[in-house]
Design a protein around this ligand. Sequence first.
Ligand code: TRP
Length: 455
Amino acid sequence: MAGSSQHAQWSSRWAFLMAAVGSAVGLGNIWKFPYVAGQGGGGAFVLVYLICAFMIGAPCLIAELSLGRRGQMSPVNSMTKIASEEGRSKAWSLLGWSGIVGAFIIISFYSLVGGWVLAYIGKAAMGFTGWTAATSESTFNSFIAEPFEPIVYHFLFMAITVGIVARGVQGGLEKAVEVLMPALFIILILLVVYSGVTGNFDAAIKFLFEPNFHKLTVNNILSAMGLAFFSLSLAMGSMMTYGSYLPKSVNIPRSAFIITASDSMVALLAGLAIFPIVFGYPGLEASKGPGLVFVTLPIAFGQMPGGTIVGPLFFALLGVAAITSSISLLEPAVSYMEERMGWNRIKTTATMGFAAFALGIFSSLGQEGNVLANVHIFGLSIMDLKDYIASNILMPIGAMFMMIFVGWFVSRKAMMEELAIQDKSFRVWYFLVRYVCPIAIAVIFANIIYATITG
Ligand code: TRP
């Protein structure tokens, strides 16, 4: 692509959908959703999550994809271009910046967790036989406290991501997702069936779908909304960049609906793969928190028939989901640097990937028990600080201003043209984007700030 002025394009709607669903489906769905739902009241949380995903997430996704397709460039330059076409301030390009920087910060620690997953594929293949709660806990804790080993896996994960992104949109991203996404769905279904047969499926269904409204606090509602945003890869330039590769013929609202539905379905299926196991074996807790996947599940894999097959399959599923997301986190910075520096794809990708890897080293060293464990900034570990800046500050502010831009600063006509939907559907979407989304996001953000200030 070097030297050609033609912006890259997906070769089909299918390729785009696989890439976008691949971006959306990630550690957020399989690692985070189940434990957050577990802690947040099961069915009531799931219900709120689904409402947030479809009523707020999907309209934002439509807006973000449309901005990308209209801009036809990296997020920064797309925003500059659209703002100037609409006669608005160049300062709107800050939205592109916040996305690129946010995605870059996220990939630096996302890749570290991706590395843990790779390490666990290996551990699972060797079998977790005989692991008790105590062994499992201490194995995980001492693994993340190692100064060297997790960084090697982090490097490996980033190298895979770079290897895919460097090959370009059609040669790399598309080829990877067209193999990996079907594989992901097959593994996921196999695991759900296996869990359903060997584990306690009824308890899982009850847990995930029986609403416990008394457990649903304001905080849980807001965390459902935040998780829906994260899970749909919103406001970090990923979807804007993927939108910039979209052919004009693809219907954005319909695609956004498919992406949101697939993403939610995977989150639920992940819950149905994990919880029957958790409830099926004695002594495992559903509300374990972040350790659910790395600490709780291995104990069950160690006891179940066929655990040496199911265990590695489960971590492979997690790894695939993480890779197809991390490529979308690297892509925004790469597309910007290509435009800015005029470097070729390979040089740009290797440089940005290495920079993100280097930044991620600190997240690893800042883990509990590791050499920088004592470094706390505003009371947060290095990884938590990065997550806070990206997920709690850049994401809500970026999403809110993006909706304000699309709803109030881009002409209605331009958006109608981009969406090409019926008048009535357009009006519903426009109302959500102009009023409901910005207000909802402002409320989440205000609550985050309030919680931070009052401790
Ligand atoms: N959505 C992915 C997940 O659920 C992570 C991700 C990829 C992401 N691209 C993003 C999150 C952009 C926020 C913004 O794990």
